[in-house]
Design a protein. Structure first.
Length: 420
């Protein structure tokens, strides 16, 4: 009998888009803030597939962990197909000690309606302190209850009552706790890649994300990150870096996807391609990606960029009335962004959101475009307090200057002084 109980967590990792609602859920935050602390407190070994060192394909050891773990926690947020399939495997093999959780806005298919699902709340891509405390308390009680009662929680075992659930032996447990030499886990590679990205060491980050993709070639998050650091790297030159990043994203089918992160990245890449080449085809593509991301999820980041590009387009068209039409459209989007951001700010949990700076920046840029100076000034102090560094502030100020220059150009070209 193994000396220490184990919990295998069925989950994706990184930010994932809930395609039903368009919201982004960071599943790493769920694991780090909601799940693992509970099992650490209970002295139960808790791990995900990405954290295990292994050689060759992950599939064989992963199914062993699903089969043998004393407890499985399955996070079905965003209805990730892999997670749902692995939950089905667990239900087929073990009669009990399987806990299902999800973000509270997940819309379940019919087959999950009979399953007890514990819900938690995401704030943007993050989880608030109050919610983390609440859910950890709930999860701890649930873990203690399922270990004590061994109550059947698998629909399969209603019909197959003679199946015998296995446990880890001490030797098998060592394969998890004692990591093989000269092998790294996917989690370690991702941490190193993220650290390189955050240090602006993009060349190293590119190599590390490519190594990560050898573990999981179809992983959306890893491909998005590789595209991001590729265009940020700017080598061998800016245009080549941007087109290389665009090629990387093609695997994610940006023209058809509803993934907000992919759409935002595609919009950013094509915006920069337009700035570099002045070719309007890139501007049109950027507008298409940002507008889609905005309308799918009412996402303020995609929305404020969409509004800016509509203003930019208004400076490029020759017809006066067409220019005014694009600018009026951009102003309507800004008014909607104001509404979206104010709704977020009014929420009781807003102070716990990790994206407050970006909400205030988007709100301020909307006020700037709408020429609402009093409201703009009120937000600038909050942005300065929340800013994570001078780089963020400089980028914000640069974007504002471009916006004002474009608005002035529209006025001058079209002799339309009351345009705001």
């Amino acid at each position: 009998m193994a000396s220490k109980k184990t919990c295998f967590v069925i989950t994706g990792f990184g930010p994932k888009t809930d395609h039903e609602t368009g919201r982004i859920i960071d599943l790493d935050k769920t694991f780090e803030h909601l799940i693992k602390p509970v099992f650490d407190e209970l002295n139960i070994k808790c791990f995900r597939a990405k954290e295990i060192r292994h050689s060759g394909t992950i599939d064989v050891p992963m199914y062993e962990w699903i089969y043998k773990a004393d407890i499985v926690v399955a996070d079905v947020s965003t209805l990730n197909p892999n997670a749902l399939y692995e939950l089905g495997v667990r239900h087929a093999l073990r009669p009990n000690t399987t806990i299902v959780i999800s973000e509270d806005q997940t819309k379940y298919p019919f087959d999950l309606n009979h399953t007890v699902i514990s819900k938690y709340e995401h704030l943007g891509k993050d989880i608030g302190v109050t919610e983390a405390t609440r859910f950890r308390r709930e999860l701890k009680l649930l873990v203690q209850a399922v270990l004590k009662s061994k109550k059947n929680d698998s629909p399969v075992y209603t019909y197959l009552p003679k199946l015998q659930p296995p446990v880890f032996t001490d030797e098998e447990l060592e394969l998890i706790t004692d990591k093989p030499k000269n092998q790294v886990s996917l989690s370690e590679l991702i941490d190193d890649a993220e650290n390189a990205k955050n240090s602006n060491d993009f060349s190293v980050a590119i190599l590390l994300y490519k190594a990560c993709l050898t573990f999981e070639p179809q992983n959306v998050f890893l491909r998005q990150r590789l595209a991001l650091v590729t265009y940020k790297n700017g080598k061998p030159n800016i245009k080549t870096a941007l087109t290389d990043a665009e090629d990387i994203l093609q695997e994610l089918n940006p023209e058809e996807t509803t993934d907000i992160e992919t759409l935002g990245l595609s919009g950013a890449i094509n915006k920069r391609l337009f700035e570099e080449t002045k070719e309007t085809k890139y501007l049109e593509k950027s507008i298409r990606f940002y507008s889609k991301g905005y309308y799918i999820a009412q996402d303020y980041y995609n929305g404020i960029n969409y509004a800016y590009l509509l203003t930019l387009k208004a400076t490029l068209v020759k017809d006066k009335y067409e220019a005014i039409s694009f600018f009026v459209q951009s102003q309507r989007v800004r008014e909607e962004i104001v509404s979206i951001c104010l709704d977020l700010i009014r929420q009781k949990t807003f102070k716990e959101r990790g994206d407050r700076e970006w909400v205030y920046q988007s709100l301020a840029q909307a006020y700037l475009g709408l020429d609402k100076q009093d409201e703009l000034k009120k937000n600038l102090d909050k942005i300065n307090k929340l800013s994570k560094g001078q780089f963020d502030l400089d980028t914000f100020k640069e974007h504002n200057k471009k916006l004002l220059d474009n608005i002035e150009l529209i006025r001058t070209k079209n002799n339309y002084q009351s345009i705001t």
